[in-house]
Design a protein around this ligand. Sequence first.
Ligand code: NDP
Ligand code: 8X3
Length: 250
Amino acid sequence: MTKIALVTGATSGIGLATAVELAKHGFKIIATGRRHERLQDLQRRLGEDNVYPLVFDVRDKVAVVEAVATLPEEWRAVSVLVNNAGNAHGLAPVQDGAIDDWDAMLDINVKGLLYVTKAVLPLLQEQGGGHIVNIGSIAGKEVYPNGNVYCASKHAVDALSKAMRMDLVQFGIKVSEVNPGAVETEFSEVRFKGDKERAAAVYKGFQPLLAQDIAELIAFMVTRPAHVNLAEVLVLPTAQASSTIIVKEQ
Ligand code: NDP
Ligand code: 8X3
């Protein structure tokens, strides 16, 4: 039987690459995000019957529940949930931080992940098990200067992943966490509010991870035998040793 994976943030970066990679492994994809036209592009790319676009903002708890409730019968047998939607807003010391940026990061990265999980969990339970993959970050393991609230949001994802594993083990649901270092996506463009030059500078002078690297890892995790759960993976570019130590060529 074809398996169904719901991937949040499938309009760009890690989520988009994961949707494509899981489709290669035979999954049908419920692809979510706010940018409907990008979800439609993905549907055209992977085939009308292989992608179900679901548009919602993860911050809107009513919209999340309503969107999941609209899934047609043939799309309800979800066995994999990839909680990927997330981003950073700003990079500033706490004394200069913008409150709207803090709200966005906590609302999207923490509360949004919880809302989606709560809405999708019953579908996994109906399958008698399943797999939730949360995208954390090296920022959930360490903090770095000016990263304060983004790091706090990813530390929360780290705690929630461990806690969800404890709560859901009784239902045969695996919970895994992937913690990447620097991955070149739209992440820094969002963080720096559309400043492409500043965003590109983050990845200059070394080879960052590609979204595809993370997608392949997620596909590997969700295709392990039923008795194996790769619970947590920290994955870094070779040039990166910690949040603050990245060896760059001059
Ligand atoms: P991108 O900016 O390329 O992708 C972010 C995705 O999240 C988009 O598809 C976006 O869709 C979705 N998203 C953002 N806000 C919302 C929202 N309010 N409601 C619904 N969807 C939303 O970044 P990445 O691919 O890099 O990021 C994916 C995840 O990986 C994030 O959780 C990020 O924190 C994490 N991560 C990234 C790293 C990196 O270096 N890039 C390293 C470690 C972790 P849309 O805008 O269409 O709604
Ligand atoms: C994204 C990577 O180092 O900018 O989570 O926090 S970092």
